[in-house]
Ligand binder design. Sequence first.
Ligand code: 5GP
Ligand code: MN
Length: 328
Amino acid sequence: MLGQVIELIEKHDRFAITSHVRPDGDSLGSSLALCWILRGLNKEAEVVICDRVPNAYTRLPGSHSVRMVSDIDRSYDAVFVIECSDITRPGLPSLGDCFVVNIDHHSTTALFGNLNWIDSTAAAVGEMIYNLAKAIGAKITPEIASCVYAALLTDTGSFHFSNTTERTFKIASDLVRYGAQPAKLSQAIFYNYPYARLRLLGSVLSTLERDESGRIAWIRMTREVMEMAGALEEDSDNIINYPLTIGDVEAVAFFREMDNSIYRVSLRSKNRVNVARVAEEFGGGGHSNASGFTIQAGYEDLSQEVISKLRLAVESAPQANTREIKPR
Ligand code: 5GP
Ligand code: MN
């Protein structure tokens, strides 16, 4: 698969790179890194996305040349679609008319591309892009290194999550050698919030509830709360990790109200509690420990249904070992 991607790049000259709505650190970092790689190979390349770049990623090299579009131009030789579960996720209607290269690390992804390169062992698509850069013989510039590092940093939850492997650290180490600056990137992404974001955090955390077992917790964000805080939707990203910091909590749901009773629901879990399965039951997807879906529903019914499905997921998961950590 990687071989076919390399062949395609070598044979053609004009590329677009796109990713999903509400881009995150991996989708943007990987897209920008790929763009730098292609330009370094004297190809024409640009990143086009249907949403604006969230504030946290505006300091990544190349982020200001990301173009916000409502559809894709059909004239590119090929379009790389990064980190998308299906062809509708980028929100670009004409994508089906283009030659599409699907690059993803989700095991649940549809094989919607003319070429599909899927590696579910990669902690982030960033790892795959780094492997591509190496395999094609690209010079790893500080720009490429910084963008890939941002992808790894964010998709591993700052190297906290179970997708963090020896390979992740090995690549991160290479990236620092190639010019990525860990403290600067962390500061740009995690210590650069607007005041409104913290006001929103306070309001949303005050909605925290848990079930009788104490193993499932949930939080809610209404439009009203968001407006009162003067916050943007992107300011609610990552709030879901706070309930998961409670020792007994194994699964968390975050209900975000979008427009007229459309809810965007994020799910997170610890250990072997599989929330990708739960998201799939509601038409979404993701990873075992991080998933999501969007649905039109009333809050009371929706939250009860999600909580009861989370309960089943928690109860059917193999027990976590809480004894002293045994080094491998
Ligand atoms: P988040 O909760 O941060 O929006 O998403 C967490 C994970 O769930 C990501 O890996 C993302 O790809 C996946 N995810 C979120 N929403 C959806 C969705 O509507 N459909 C699919 N297939 N995956 C989703
Ligand atoms: Mn990812």
